[in-house]
Design a protein around this ligand. Structure first.
Ligand code: GLN
Length: 447
């Protein structure tokens, strides 16, 4: 059924870079046999899943939506994907994304843009736009995305699906092609919070192959699927409702807060502070890490190599110039600049200090509140092509999501209405570190 849906919808939506029809059918047969033999009994057995194309899958093309990895077939599978396979999920393909996860619209892909299934004149958001569009278009039951600065939550909001960015360290990054290693986290995208909690439970694991992996105990996330918010303290940061927020988004998000209040939560406004520093700090840190992480793509070890060159340096230069797209180049240059001697203290170290202050602002907030409620993005999905002209305004669209990554916190985005054009609006709930269960519980009250 999933493959039929892919056949019917891909032409309009283009959620996938690769559809593995043969592999999926063979695997489905295998899984069916295991189900029949009683060897696979969990909720994900036989469920079709799509994987963002920045997670390595053994024997299956993994491009990061970049020309530089146009022919990269990994020899190993990312740990999170492996966990899904162990649970019996069936991978149907790899989803489109912004090149190396850099972007907010899935338009920077080297393999063409993905379109929003709600209205194909609009973007699906990004960078996990392919994963979110595939779920929204019902081409798969759920998908994995990655979130460095909002890439699960913002496209979930634009596509009317639910997505969780877990606490940093919860899901192994082994086999996730790195963008900003200190911020990257894999998470589920699905049609509702029940599915997301089920998937998160399956992919959470301590993994010694990821040096930042955390040993967690309370990972029975589905136990939080309880319809009870009585006494929960919910803080609404006034700073998230100021200039730049679309009034329809504001109205829908505040209406959702009212619903929680009517169900017995204690909802209060407060000043989070420092919000305006999050974007500059994030773009300094993320680009710095990206410039270092992307140094490995040099035309030698894997991927694209230029056809004609004179000597080694020229080969590097031409392969990288031809292989990377403009947004990735912009970030490599920015990142190399802020890390270079003479500028390191002024930009990179300063950004790290801002990151620490942002973490402290959240710590202060979580001393008073169980969670923070706000919009996932300032607007609904823009039209295709609008954001590409103006990278700065695209960066500003990350305002509500990136500080969550800087502080390593969990966040969930879930649908809370539509605007006048019929495009979905997303509500974001942010929890303290390791408090996924609280935000899952609150989100469940909308189900
Ligand atoms: N839009 C942000 C960026 O371009 C976030 C992307 C992400 O989370 N991968 O960096």
């Amino acid at each position: 059924e999933a493959l039929d849906a892919v056949r019917a919808k891909e032409e309009q939506v283009h959620s996938f870079v690769t559809v593995d029809e043969e592999g999926a059918l063979a695997r489905a047969k295998e899984v069916q046999a295991q189900i029949d033999a009683g060897e696979l009994t969990g909720p994900l057995a036989g469920v079709p899943v799509a994987i963002k194309d920045n997670m390595c899958t053994e024997g299956l093309l993994t491009t990061c939506s970049s020309k530089i990895l146009y022919n990269f077939i990994p020899t190993y599978t990312a740990e999170a994907v492996k966990k899904l396979e162990e649970a019996g999920a069936v991978i149907i393909g790899k989803t489109n994304m912004d090149e190396f996860a850099m972007g907010s619209t899935t338009e920077t892909s080297a393999y063409g843009e993905t379109k929003n299934p709600w209205n194909t004149a609009h973007v699906p958001g990004g960078s996990s736009g392919g994963s979110c569009a595939a779920v929204a278009a019902e081409e798969c039951s759920f998908a994995l995305g990655s979130d460095t600065g909002g890439s699960i939550r913002q496209p979930s909001s634009f596509c009317g699906v639910t997505g969780i960015k877990p606490t940093y360290g919860t899901v192994s990054r082994y086999g996730l092609i790195a963008y900003g290693s200190s911020l990257d986290q894999i998470g589920p995208v699905a049609k509702d919070v029940t599915d997301c909690a089920t998937i998160l439970e399956a992919i959470t694991s301590y993994d010694k192959k990821d040096s930042t992996s955390v040993k967690r105990e309370d990972t029975d996330f589905t136990s939080a699927l309880v319809d009870d918010v009585k006494g929960m303290r919910i803080g609404i940061p006034k700073d998230y409702f100021g200039e730049g927020l679309n009034p329809e988004v504001k109205e829908a998000v505040l209406a959702a807060a009212k619903v929680l209040e009517e169900k017995g939560a204690i909802v209060e406004e407060f000043d989070l502070g420092l919000v305006k520093y999050a974007i500059p700090a994030y773009y300094v840190i993320a680009c710095a890490e990206a410039s270092s992480n992307l140094a490995r793509f040099d035309g030698v070890k894997y991927g694209y190599r230029t056809k004609e060159y004179e000597g080694l340096h020229n080969m590097y230069k031409k392969s990288r110039s031809e292989g990377f797209g403009p947004e990735v180049k912009r970030r490599i240059m920015l990142g190399s600049f802020v890390l270079s001697s003479g500028y390191y203290d002024a930009y990179y170290l300063k950004a790290l200090r801002v990151k620490a202050l942002i973490k402290k602002a959240f710590d202060d907030a979580f001393a008073k509140y169980d969670m923070i409620l706000g919009p996932a993005a300032p607007t609904t999905a823009p039209k295709l092509g609008e954001s590409l002209q103006d990278p700065i305004s695209m960066y500003l669209g990350d305002i509500y999501t990136i500080s969550v990554n800087l502080a390593g916190l969990p966040g969930i985005s879930l649908p809370c209405g539509t605007d006048r054009q019929g495009l979905p609006i997303g509500l974001q709930l942010i929890g303290d570190c390791f408090q996924e269960k609280k935000i899952i519980q609150a989100a469940y009250s909308f189900e």
